[in-house]
Write a protein that binds this ligand. Structure first.
Ligand SMILES: [Zn+2]
Length: 545
């Protein structure tokens, strides 16, 4: 999702402190190794839901098909209060269940032999939680467009998809495919993920829109978008052939969409170059207008950026470069590679989604205006860094780290690009990530290790420093005559990141400071000519040795 606008410039408000106490409910929600979850692997979600704007209720079922990995009989399904489960059914027989807050435990009586595929269907209904601040605090948004017609959307990243449909609410387990069949009152049109397979009109004045995703999909990407939409489509000739682009603005925004949405083509050209092929040719690419700013719903990107450039007319970088393109098209679509193609198993590794999406903004700026402009943009976003909490919080409790995962994470990646020092090699790493972890869920550590391996530099301490502490490395130096003395301060033990400095002339030379002082010979006209490469997110501090 997009960084909350209030967090674009530090420090406006304090975030939740890290001293949070985690409960059993946090573990039930955030762990993927608990006994009710670990023994089964979701292969298909068959979601059928009727949405009623008249009284803000929903009713339906999800058929959960899974492979048995280990023999077990208690299966955890998540569905948040105040929604109610009506029944659970397996092999035509009712299944007993008990509720513990937002978690349901089904007591399966049918044999669950390892290797077998079983289905548990969960029937439910109720009045789902209303989104307090979409997309950051999610749930249902029941609103109206400017012509007072109903407009209904969902958002649930972080909070969890179980705020509106029953599922195994963890990013660690994705189905191989999913149906989203939503019934809405006429003349509303519902646009969800993947491709529209059928439209069925019912005598009671409702219509079912059956959408189908043929690829693995994270649960928070599944979304409702029902309103008075218009539709047009185009074809993009991409790395894997013909990709359909489908655009769903509200009907009165059709002209605005035709003016603004060509940026999706430029975005696809840029990101296929840097990240590799768009991951969902089979499911297509879509932009769907929403009342909230935007969200990376897979193959159905939510767009609420007012058909203008910037991020609702703002530029988090302060350089003006962010006002030259549409932030939501760029940022949320970047998540098709980092968040949807490569999904973090644990919300604690959300930097894998947001640091790369922030970084993608800089690459997009580079695609449009050149390398220096891209660098200026990402360096500009540093003003939003707070260093209030680590980017990585505790695991398996659905915790979310500092908003620094956006600008600081982007600057971490920009810094690593300098260390790699070869743009084609760096591009190979970004494309290699998407190829190696294609359609997978990962731990962040796998991403760290992959980058180190492909860079040929052990970046363990670099990731530790930027992701797991709030300290920014200080490059301490002193100049005595033609001798430069230098070292790292404010760093994790063993921090050994190379950094570019001017030793002679204006070009940067890579040196490898440690915590202990080292020296080098300077060939500069004066000490004032010494510079640390500003592309590195470090603090240069001149002092005495
Ligand atoms: Zn994002």
């Amino acid at each position: 999702m997009a960084l909350a606008a209030a967090l674009m410039v530090a420090p406006l408000e304090a975030q939740t402190p890290d001293a949070r106490v985690f409960t059993r409910a946090d573990t039930l929600r955030g762990s993927f190794t608990t006994t009710g979850r670990v023994w089964w692997d979701v292969s298909f979600y068959d979601l059928h839901l009727a949405v009623r704007p008249a009284d803000s209720t929903i009713r339906g079922y999800n058929g959960i098909t899974y492979r048995v990995l280990q023999p077990a009989h208690e299966l955890q399904i998540d569905l948040m209060v105040p929604l109610e489960v009506d029944s659970m059914v397996q092999d035509g027989r009712a299944v007993a269940f008990r509720r513990e807050g937002n978690a349901f435990f089904a007591s399966l009586t049918a044999p669950q032999p390892p290797g077998e595929t079983k289905t548990l269907t969960v029937y439910y209904h109720g009045t789902p939680q209303v989104a307090k601040r979409p997309p950051w605090e999610g749930g249902f948004t029941w609103t109206q467009d400017s012509l007072a017609r109903p407009w209904v959307v969902t958002t649930d990243q972080g909070m969890g998809a179980s705020v509106w449909w029953p599922n195994k609410d963890t990013q660690a387990d994705e189905p191989d495919s999913q149906r989203v069949a939503l019934t809405v009152p006429d003349p509303m049109i519902n646009v969800s993920n993947g491709r529209l397979r059928s439209t069925t009109r019912h005598p009671d004045g409702t219509t079912t829109y059956e959408w189908f995703v043929v690829n693995p999909i994270n649960n928070y990407a599944i979304a409702v978008a029902a309103g008075s939409y218009q539709h047009y489509s185009e074809v993009f000739e991409g790395e894997r052939g013909r990709l359909t682009l489908d655009f769903w603005p509200l009907d009165y925004h059709l002209d605005a969409a035709r003016r603004q949405f060509p940026q999706a083509r430029t975005m696809l050209q840029c990101f296929e170059h840097w990240f590799g092929p768009y991951p969902w040719y089979e499911d297509g690419y879509k932009l769907i207008e929403t009342p909230h700013p935007g969200m990376e719903h897979q193959s159905a990107v939510a767009y609420g950026n007012w058909y203008e450039n910037g991020y609702r007319r703002r530029d988090g970088s302060g350089t003006g470069l962010g006002l030259k393109w549409d932030f939501i098209i760029v940022h949320e679509s970047a998540h098709e590679w980092f968040a949807n193609n490569i999904t973090a198993k644990d919300n604690a590794d959300m930097w894998v989604h947001e640091s790369f999406a922030n970084y993608a903004e800089n690459l997009y700026t580079e695609c449009l205006f050149g390398k220096q402009a891209g660098a200026d943009y990402v360096i500009g976003t540093r003003r939003g860094i707070r260093n209030d909490r680590p980017i990585i919080p505790p695991y398996e409790v659905n915790a979310q780290g500092s908003g620094d995962m956006y600008p600081k994470g982007g600057n971490l990646l920009h810094t690593i690009r300098q260390i790699v020092g070869d743009d084609e090699q760096w591009r190979g790493i970004l494309r290699g990530l998407n190829q190696t972890f294609w359609h997978q869920t990962v731990m962040g550590k796998q991403i760290e290790d992959y980058i180190s391996r492909r860079a040929g530099v052990d970046l363990t301490k670099v990731f530790d420093q930027y992701l797991r502490t709030t300290r920014i490395p200080v490059f301490e130096y002193a100049i005595e005559g033609s001798t430069l003395a230098y070292r790292w301060a404010e760093v994790v033990p063993g921090f050994d990141m190379p950094v570019g400095v001017t030793l002679s002339g204006a070009d940067f030379t890579l040196i490898k400071p440690l915590e202990a002082w080292q020296t080098a010979t300077l060939g500069l006209p004066s000490p004032d000519a010494f510079r640390v490469d500003p592309n590195y997110y470090v603090i240069p501090r001149r002092g005495v040795r």
